[in-house]
Design a protein around this ligand. Sequence first.
Ligand code: MN
Length: 257
Amino acid sequence: MSEEQGQSRRTFLTTAAAVVTGAIAADVFGAATTPAAGTSGTTGSVTATPPPASGPHKVPPLPYDYDALEPHIDKLTMQLHHDKHHAAYVSKLNDAIAPYPELAQKSAEELIKSLNELPEAIRTAVRNNGGGHVNHTMFWEIMTPGGPGNPSGELAEAVKGAFNSFDELKTKFNDAGVKRFGSGWVWLIRNKDGKLEIISTANQDSPLMDGQQPILGNDVWEHAYYLKYQNRRPEYLAAWWKVLNWDKVAERFKKQG
Ligand code: MN
């Protein structure tokens, strides 16, 4: 099959998948001139393959299928969130640092931890898009289908020490997520005193920008939940705990300890 035929076949498959998925999907994918990478298939076992980024930063592949977190997070939201939103942050981060070859060696975490050392012309772009890249990379990693439901071991002890109970942590976290006005994130962090604390940040700001360690975070931008939950952010926040990967969260907690 020639490259051109391959391209047209992919376009057809993507369009066909969109028609099957329904009107919303048709709106999103059917009108696109190029097919979304990672959506080339009509079966339920679509493999998550991010589009190649030009530059040092890449979108990491999802560690599970787009539909793996159903019914709590729907497949189309995952496709758009990963392949479009996250990919856009990565591509804009690459664009921002392109004129400064010396920055190509730095990880996205390093870049956002020392925003003030960056050329002023790209500071805001790196804050927004580097933050978006780091935050979403964590987000995919700390979710899993059928997670264990609650923390264990040292992390469970630390949660008990800081919040009395895991239920109390969830209540406070969800409350902070509901109260975040507009777009942003809600976090469980280890603060500068080494204590667990719940905070929220605006836009794509990361606790790393303020010298704090994000242990886990939930995305409360509307793009994370609107297709399924519409304006019901509290419902999304409550459901999200069911897909949390506590093994990964425990790893993050240990590493940063
Ligand atoms: Mn997001």
